[in-house]
Design a protein around this ligand. Sequence first.
Ligand SMILES: NC(=O)C1=CN([C@@H]2O[C@H](COP(=O)(O)OP(=O)(O)OC[C@H]3O[C@@H](n4cnc5c(N)ncnc54)[C@H](OP(=O)(O)O)[C@@H]3O)[C@@H](O)[C@H]2O)C=CC1
Ligand SMILES: O=CC(=O)O
Length: 325
Amino acid sequence: MRKRVYITRTVPEVALELLKAHQIDYTVWTEKRHQTEEELIPVMKDYDGIIVSGPLQVSRQFLESCPDLRIVSMMSVGYDNVDIEAAKELGIAVGNTPGVLSGATADTAFLLLLAVSRKAFHMHKEIIRGNWKFWDPTANLGLELKGKTLGIVGLGRIGFELAQRCAGAYGMKIIYHNRGVNEEAEKELGAVRVSFDELLQQSDVVSVHTALTPETEGMFNKEVFSKMKPTAIFINTARGGVHNEPDLIAALQNGTIWGAGLDVTNPEPMAADNPLLNMPNVAVLPHIGSATIDTRNAMAAIAAKNVIRTFEGKTLEHAVVENRV
Ligand SMILES: NC(=O)C1=CN([C@@H]2O[C@H](COP(=O)(O)OP(=O)(O)OC[C@H]3O[C@@H](n4cnc5c(N)ncnc54)[C@H](OP(=O)(O)O)[C@@H]3O)[C@@H](O)[C@H]2O)C=CC1
Ligand SMILES: O=CC(=O)O
């Protein structure tokens, strides 16, 4: 019997072509809203696989309610919304799409850093509001990045690409805080591993790139912001849950830190009246880290290949939970 895959959002055509070429049937959810776990559970009884793109909670209850499910194929590198222990216990493979999105996501962090350092998003809004009246040499002043210190919390694939950009473009000194050592970054970029507190105290820019885990949830809170320089910029392209939003708003309002650039928020989408959107030293993007044509095609291809390989009884191209072959 032909296998069936449910796809939680429209995805690049390359994924559908690959599934078709392997005689796999699929259904794509095309409405402009995300389905909830509760809505999907009754639907999933007819499917052998799911490609997840978006914020669906793949809980134990969800996995236990899908009798034929063989694979959860994430079209993302992050899998914080999947109950990995339950998937392992139930023998359901989980795939993801690391690596191919690192450059695009690092570009997004770099874009946010430049935008915040020069208040670019705020200036753009000011022009639209009709507030570009005259040239004032003492107004609209930003910060320069040349020779400054970039502190990366979670220097993995994306952090490495950001460090390359900042070291290459501005000669920034790279320090990082990981649980382990990143030998490649130390060798190639001269990155120096420091304690979390040392990183906070020394960095002009703090950029976070860890996964969202119980250990990293709410990691950037009032106490942590208070240890950063008053001229520091905080960048988060990882997950909104890694920072405490009320604490971040307070830190920006009372001058504890200088600015913030966010590609991820908590919740997503961010409400249009969120105070962060009206702060001059803040830039917010709607979770577009990996959103380039090339990157999304590459992600979609891996997500489809992980499904195909599962049904063929092979190991995945990228596994969080390996297929039982
Ligand atoms: N905005 C967007 O659109 C995107 C966001 N992302 C997010 O970025 C995250 C990172 O992706 P990627 O770079 O590929 O992942 P990697 O696994 O390559 O890097 C994550 C790094 O975090 C470190 N780390 C993990 N836990 C901790 C901790 N508690 N304290 C300090 N460091 C820690 C790890 O090192 P060690 O184990 O040594 O601690 C590792 O080097 C994803 O999980 C996802 O949430 C990804 C893509 C796009
Ligand atoms: O947020 C995106 C991801 O790939 O993870």
